[in-house]
Design a protein around this ligand. Sequence first.
Ligand code: HEM
Length: 640
Amino acid sequence: MFRTSLVSISPKVVIGSRQLHASPVALKTVTEKVSEVADKVNKGVGKTLASAIEKGERASHAAKETLETKTDQAKGKAQETETILKQKGNEVGARVSARQKSGEDIISLSVSLFDLNMAFNMDRSASATVPSSTAIPPLYSIPIPSFLTLPKAKEFSALYTFATIIISLLVLEQAVYRYKKRHLPGAAWTIPLIGKFADSVTPTMEAYKRQWDAGALSAVSVFNIFIVMASSNEYARKILNSPTYAEPCLVHSAKTVLLPQNWVFLTGKEHVEYRRGLNALFTRKALGMYLPIQESVCRKHLQRWLDAAAKDPSPQPIMMTARHLNMETSLAVFCGSHIPEHAAQEINDKYWAITKSLELVNFPFAFPGTKVWKAVQARKVALRWLELAAHKSKIAMANGAEPECMLDEWVRTLADPAYKGRKDFSDHEMAMVLFSFLFASQDAMSSGLIYGFQHLADHPEVLAKLREEQDRVRQGNYSQPLTLEMMDQMPYLYAVVKESMRTKPPVLMVPYKATRAFPISDDYTVPANSMVIPSFYNSLHDPEVYPNPEEFIPERWLDPNGSANANPKNYLVFGSGPHRCIGLEYAQMNIALTLATAAIMMDFEHDVTPQSHISESNYRDDLSKGWVSTQADATNIRLI
Ligand code: HEM
């Protein structure tokens, strides 16, 4: 109860003892008195002494309890106390005078509540007294250098309070983390405030694998967001298929970029119904319409690659060229001739700003100059052109034109009397849907395509088989346009695409959020509002299902009874459940036809650089929707 404190006593202070007021009622006034005196002293001798008094005040509060409990015992000692107090007060007064003369500051060490109460204006009119054992601690005076005087002490007091609050919060943070984590594997303590933030800035495959291998469920915290990672197939699928407990969790900037009213933010029944209407855009009939569009854009781009290689035969990174190819293909498929070429080019040029704005670690507000702001400008341009395209499509369909793109197919479906769903979609709504498709597909499809090129270049025997199949199906006629029926006769091509995305999945994990306590296993419930992240890697590298899982073996997909085909639940490349990728067939077809066309048009080899290694072990988190995607950026291809 008795505190040791440093108190500087100004030479001006006259310290004396008064009678001690120690009745339970009067005890309240002790504090007031001390404060009052503290005020006076403040005026008289400055802030330094006030700080000391405040300390005494705190000590006074602390001592109340002791006083109350010991009042009875203390009664008999009151007189004795009073006498000693007087003596002590006089001693201090004398010492102050002496120091005053010598011009030194005085530090009194170990000034207790009772020293202070005694020294500053105590009124001893009450009946109860203080026990002698606690009443009179000694006063010590130690001279100290002036730089240690009370202004520092006051600052120290504020600092002390601040430090106490911070330490309490940090302890609380650890306690909450431990409470939520329970027995799950993962760091026993979280790094204060930031948690595993550093790992999420420079993610590596090795670090992810360590986390996944720690357990089917494991815990991690980033910026106080508690995250449960699910690495097994069972738990990953459980998260994706439990819409009542968990829903996709988009990066903060996604709503600003995509607009909050975009359908991708719908959940539950609303989402299911909206999505049902959009399924009409990916039927086999619709895909048959898209195929020639895709092929013609693809050929145009590959010819450009060849022309560029003729001028400069050195190896070139294909990240941006592959992205441009995919973007132009998608815009042509979505909007056909309703979007002019220069508009497609403008969207293409600006789209990179959107990808950059979707990094998980990003300044989330659209202040001018920020990545999100640039993305919003890009979205405005894109939406303007897409709205115009929707408008033109409606006019064309109303005039009886034949559908020639996704928009036309959509307008036609809506007008079909057999169609039972919602029929009225504004130009703006249609544009938002198409924009969501660009948003959800651009990065994943680009990574998928680039890894496809890399695998073919690294496995010439596979490329040779793929070419054989092309020769067989095309029968030597390489300019003949592809049809769905021809694609159906290319199982080896599709096996290559499937295996490429299995070994190097374009999307590694999809963050979900537990909307309420989620009993994911018999002995663990994910706390509400935690992030819960299904990872696809272990499912796609399960040696039971895919023997030699690190090997690129397209043949494993050719046997209908083989373990790969017998376990479709393991193939989580496109997710699972109500949010499973709506464009998966379109995406696979696009990658397949691009690789097939490249195989018949050109020779290429993979130029392995030091960056190739880095890119293969690094994964990035900037994919649309905040997905964690593979990093295929550094692949260099030499056309030969
Ligand atoms: C290789 C290319 C692609 C990959 C690897 C991929 C992967 C994924 C994954 C993992 C999801 C999340 C699934 C889940 O939460 O269970 C998803 C959702 C989605 N994907 Fe894809 N995707 C690709 C291409 C595309 C394309 C081309 C489109 C559109 C044309 C598209 C449109 C979407 C949409 C709209 C969603 C959200 C669906 C919903 O919330 O209902 N994706 N995709």
